[in-house]
Ligand binder design. Structure first.
Ligand code: COA
Length: 147
């Protein structure tokens, strides 16, 4: 079992986090987005570090009406099914709770069975569908979890 620990994102992490996002997430994001989101809610941007470097991250935003939203979550392929995504999400829920959040929302590709299972196991429920949500035209399920 590799040793990992969770910590907040720092700007020096951007190259590794950006690389992980490009390799694991199907949507493409501008690097400046990571920095601007980290500045708007630093505690909502958490990375998982191992002796080999950054293995995972979660990035979210605080919304009005006591909501937070998961914008990106990625675990490196060589580190999956070891509870790392679960650790990250639990920390994200704690940080959301500290800010008074009552509902955490996210979108997930309709055919991303791994992520759908993952979120379901963590207590998220499907609450809607957004047609043509992703750049390639795939629909998204909207999911939410009460805190
Ligand atoms: C989805 C993702 C974040 C899960 O991370 P992870 O660290 O592997 O998840 P965990 O090890 O904490 O898994 C917890 C549970 O989720 C479910 N799960 C995770 N991966 C799964 C898979 N490939 N197939 C089916 N269920 C899966 C299982 O119930 C698992 O529990 P178990 O291992 O005891 O059966 C990871 O697969 C990933 O980064 N995928 C690519 C990026 C992505 O899709 N991000 C989400 C975008 S919305």
């Amino acid at each position: 079992m590799i040793k990992v620990y969770l910590r907040g994102f720092s700007q020096a992490d951007l190259p590794l986090v950006y690389d992980l996002a490009c390799k694991t997430l199907s949507e493409k994001y501008d690097p400046s987005l990571f920095i601007s989101l980290s500045l708007s809610w630093p505690d909502g941007f958490i990375v998982v570090e191992s002796p080999d470097g950054i293995k995972a991250f979660i990035l979210g935003a605080l919304l009005p009406n006591l909501q937070s939203r998961v914008l990106m979550l990625a675990v490196s392929p060589d580190s999956r099914r070891r509870g790392i995504g679960t650790m990250l999400m639990k920390r994200f829920l704690e940080e959301s709770s500290k800010r008074g959040t009552r509902i955490v929302t996210l979108e997930v590709r309709k055919h991303n069975d791994a992520a759908l299972n993952f979120y379901h196991k963590l207590g998220f429920l499907r609450v809607g569908v957004i047609g043509n949500y992703y750049n390639d035209g795939e629909d998204a399920y909207q999911m939410q979890r009460w805190l």
